[in-house]
Every structure is written in C-alpha cells, then in structure tokens.
Design a protein around this ligand. Sequence first.
Ligand code: SF4
Length: 435
Amino acid sequence: MFFNRCGQTRSNPSRSRPHAMEVNTEVEEEPPSQAIDYTIALPLTAARPLTNRPSIKPVPNYPVSFRRKFLKIYYPDISDRQWNNWQWQIANRVCKPSQLKRFLTLSSEENAAMAGLATRLPLAITPYYLSLLVGHDMDYPLRKSVVPTINEFVQMPEEADDPLNEDHQSPVPGLVHRYPDRVLFLLLDFCSTYCRYCTRSRVVGHGRLHFNRKRLEQAMEYIRRTPTVRDVLLSGGDPLTLGDSRLDWLLTRLRQIKHVEIIRIGTKIPAVLPQRVTSQLVRMLKRHHPLWMSLHFTHPDECTPEASQACQRLADAGIPLGSQTVLLKNINDSVETMNSLVHRLLRMRVRPYYLYQCDPISGSSHFRTTVDKGLEIIQRLRGFTSGYAVPTYVIDAPGGGGKIPLMPEYRQGRDGCDLVLRNYEGKTYRYPDSV
Ligand code: SF4
C-alpha cells in the first residue's frame, strides 16, 4: 500500500533531509505546520539564492469586516494582515481539544470522541473556518463536518478503510490509475482543515505521504511512460496547502509531458482557507493552462464573501471551477439546503459538478443518507432550476468500479413506437422514437 511505503521512507531520517545537491528555496513560503514534513528537493534549475528572493508579503486584501466581532473576542492582538496571511492561518490551526474548548462548548458526543483522540483522522480547523462555527448551536451543519464525535468509532459491517480500493489501483506510491485516460496524483496528505467524512481518512493527516521529490519523480515517470493518460488530477490532502514555488515546479514538470492535455486540482481551500488564493498564486496557476479546479463545498454557509472573492480570483484567471459535494446526513441532505448551495455556487462562478453519495468508509454511518434521499434532491432540482445548477449524482462504486451516475426515472417505458416520458412536474409525454 503506497502510504505504508511512504511511511517506511519517512522512518529513515537521512531521506527526510534534502540531498546535498538539492536546494530548498522557499522555506518562508511554506505553512509553518508541525504536522507534516514539507521537505522537498527542488531541482537546481529552479533554485535561486535566498538573498535575492523577494520576501513574500501577504496582502491583506480579503475583507475582515465580517469577522470583526470574532477577532475582537478570540484574536484581539492579531492584525488584519496576519489574519489574511494563509501561513498564519495554518500555523494557528486548532488541533487540540483543549484549544477547541476556547471557542466551542463541546457536546457529550464530541467530548467523548476527543477524550483519547484516537480517531483515524486528526483534528484541525483553521481560525477562519472556526469563525464560521462560533455563535451557532451544537447541531450546526458546518460544525458536524469538522468536529469529531463518538460516532466516528462505530464501525459498520459494510464499511472499510479503503472502500474504493484505491490502494490496489496504485501502480506507484501516491498515484491511482483507475480510468483509462486519467490518473489521480496524491501530492501530500496534509489539509488545512480535516473533514470528518473524508474518503481518504486512511491517508490524510497521518504525516506519511510527503511532497517528496523521489516519490513525485516516480509518479511523473509513470505518467510519462503511459501515453493514454491525458488528464491528471492533483489531490491529496490539499494541493493548495503547498507553496507557490513547489506547485509551480510540479505543474511545469507535468506540462512538459506532451500527452498530458489537462491538469485538474482538487481542493477545499476556497471553503476553509480562502486567504490562500493570493494574486501571486493565481498568476502562477495561469501559466499552466488548461487547468481546471474541483472545489469542495458542502453547505451554503461556506459561501462567504471571502470564499466568493477567492473563487472570483480563480475564475478571473480563466480556471473553470466545479464543486464536488458529498451528500451528508443532517448537514446538507435537504432540498432547501442543496437548492441554496447550488444557487450560491453559481453566483460564485462555480458549477455544481458532482453530488456524491457518501462512501462507506469506516465510521461514516452517521453521515450516510439513503440513495432515495439523493434521488429526491436531484428530482426536486432538475427542471425547477437552471440546468447548470444541477450536479450529477454519483455513487463511487465500492471495490473500485468508478463513478456510477444515478438519475430519477424519467423514462416510463414504450407504447408502440412511442417512448413514454415523465417530465419534472410528473406529467407524461410521448416521443415518437420510430426512426
Ligand atoms: S479537504 Fe478533502 S482530502 Fe482534506 S480532509 Fe477534507 S475531504 Fe479529505
């Protein structure tokens, strides 16, 4: 399994240090997190003397007025500039129950989960995302998505750590090749905020899958040797928690592979850490078109002015934006919530792309809804609102069968040469299907 191999690599301390001929040029650009070894050896051609480098100055260009009250109470000594610095946000993530209790009164289920905090997935929430939770009750949907509860420890028979069988479709560490023309490239296992329902909770946040040159070169060599791969999806962990130079280096290398037509980045950054979307980042990303982004929005309350600004920047850089949303019990499993989410996404220039049935990962039963619930939501969207607002509802087939789309049944059958159809209002129509 790829992450075990990465674990072995990490256990050798000599490997976690840069090679003597390799230079790390962007120390100050990286999030100062203790949770991950960010050591990467950049090629010498990408290296510049540290002394000549312009220092990266965060620009406080995200409005803080919406967070003023929160900042006054919880971060009275923090300047707007610090708050808008994505590295400050990562360095000050709330990762311990004792820290979380400063902001939230924990329920008995939350307290019980954190008593030993032996959850599969660590706790981490950016101060920005916490500012969205404070002031709401214990049943607030966004809170359920990031604060662990004792339910995570309930293992149902149908659940598995790797239900999609990614580890067995991984020809080299950190690369999943399931579909003929595209690969999933896992760059690291770090996220700024951990979602409790994460499909890759067996990997993310464990500090074992690093942005490590040797592993990345191996994955890129596989892509180079496989000319059928025309689409590379960068994921993890969250690729946008990497500094600009590292992303630039990787994107440049991928762009040198002639048969790679498009590159996609999967990220939750605009929802949990919009400050990361700086003008420097989008300027760099623009150099690597055609580049697409799959964002991860779960609930309409994530569509804040800051998230909207981040999406606008990405869209202005010519990056097509789609959202992948997981259907989650008591978080977004109502027509009203989903309707509000898809409309807000469109206003932020994000196309609702997929609605995922929650994967049967270990400890996920409290998040999973029935498939009928998902179909009901799609049925109540399709026809009642813009087609662009209606995502494709899919089940990622357990065992590694890939995404299978599900649609409410609009085809009623045949009557002679006629196809009998039902429209969104339930009225019956016929199509002469005789040719
Ligand atoms: S951002 Fe994505 S990879 Fe990270 S915890 Fe959430 S779902 Fe998992």
